[in-house]
Unconditional design. Structure first.
Length: 374
């Protein structure tokens, strides 16, 4: 049977109960024993039963739509676009339209009259729109936990962001890095907060000083390049850079190239760099060869310096298409969007409690930027 052909009667026959008992069990209404309710829901899931969305809207006077709130920077980040497409696709499977909400948000009452539920992705504790969304009077699922005060319960789909950064730091260390750096995102989202805290705690646990630099949540490649150049110039002992913001890794690679650092290897042709023999970091004369760690001046030929490993906290086209390809954490954004929408659909259909928390898996994709096979 497919989800389009399974009816309440099919579920009732398979579960050995009446049609009205199935209806009450799936809606969470009526006087149905908990064991019977669990059995009916298990049978419905096994058969692939989906509630009739049109009938459900009539019973509940619902709108047939759910809202999606993304961070203000989302429109230029590949990660959030893929997440949104995944969420839309999953919502449509339950007969629900997806309404993209303005980043500034709106009054909770107005939102509640337009949608049956809300998806709030990477909510910032400092985002003034979020409290109103969480208190809009409709079921809410957050993509990552909200770290600010909340009046009502909300469900969540979460990743273990501490574990993902730990995996990256362990990986570059295994590849030979002894002085890693992390370009961590600013802001008060659960993701940003976890990455900054993990960089510090990992360093303490391993007796290694992690060079932590904070960059904008949606740092551009140019911003990542500027931060990396300043970092490597001031601290040439840094031998691995892990950048967090989506799409920013090419900036780290450009900075490494400009400073004569060979990406993907711990070796190098010129020692540890820093001095060019002309007085503490003064750029060499045009036409000369820049030593490692010295920003090349006009006409300078960059010389291969100590190696540098580069990795990213978010995989995407920018990391996969870089030269060399960049090791990164694949957060599977389309699948994450589907997972968030699926949890909201389950809550609306009384298949899940309004405070359910589900976990989303990530994977580490190792590539040439850390000396790993692609």
């Amino acid at each position: 049977m497919t989800s389009r052909t399974v009816t309440l009667l099919d579920v009732a026959r398979a579960a050995g109960v009446s049609k009205s008992t199935v209806s009450d069990a799936l809606q969470g209404s009526g006087r149905v024993a908990e064991a019977t309710r669990d059995r009916v829901r298990a049978v419905a899931e096994e058969l692939g039963y989906r509630p009739n969305s049109a009938a459900r809207r009539l019973r509940r006077a619902s709108t047939g739509a759910v809202g999606l709130h993304l961070p203000a920077t989302a429109t230029r980040l590949d990660y959030y676009m893929n997440l949104a497409f995944g969420a839309v696709e999953r919502a449509q499977e339950d007969g629900l339209d997806m309404v993209l909400l303005a980043p500034s948000g709106a009054a909770g009452g107005r939102i509640a009259s337009r949608v049956d539920g809300l998806l709030v992705i990477d909510p910032e504790a400092g985002d003034r729109a979020v409290p109103g969304l969480l208190d809009a009077g409709v079921p809410v699922v957050t993509g990552e936990r909200y770290l600010g005060p909340s009046a009502g319960p909300s469900a969540a789909v979460v990743c273990d962001n501490a574990a993902s950064l730990t995996a990256l730091l362990d990986h570059v260390t295994e590849r030979g890095a002894r002085r890693p750096a992390v370009l961590a995102p600013s802001g008060s989202s659960a993701w940003a907060t976890a990455l900054r805290a993990t960089a510090r705690s990992w360093g303490l646990a391993h007796g290694v000083e992690v060079a932590l630099r904070t960059v904008p949540f949606a740092a551009t490649p140019a911003e990542a390049e500027e931060t990396t150049r300043a970092l490597l110039t001031a601290d040439p002992a840094v031998d691995a850079v892990i950048c967090a913001p989506d799409g920013s890794a090419p900036g780290v690679l450009r900075a490494a190239t400009a400073l004569g650092r060979e990406v993907g290897t711990m070796g190098g042709g010129g020692g540890t760099g820093g001095s060019n023999g002309t007085g503490g970091g003064t750029p060499p004369e045009p036409g000369t060869i820049a030593r490692p760690g010295t920003p090349p001046g006009p006409g300078t030929i960059a010389r291969s310096g100590p190696g540098l490993l580069v990795a990213a906290c978010v995989d995407g086209p920018a990391t996969r298409g870089a030269e060399p390809p960049v090791t990164a954490v694949d957060l599977r954004p389309a699948a994450y969007g589907r997972a968030c929408a699926e949890l909201l659909c389950d809550i609306l259909a009384d298949r899940a409690a309004p405070d359910t928390v589900r976990r989303h898996a990530w994977s580490l994709e190792t590539r040439a930027s850390t000396g790993s096979p692609g």
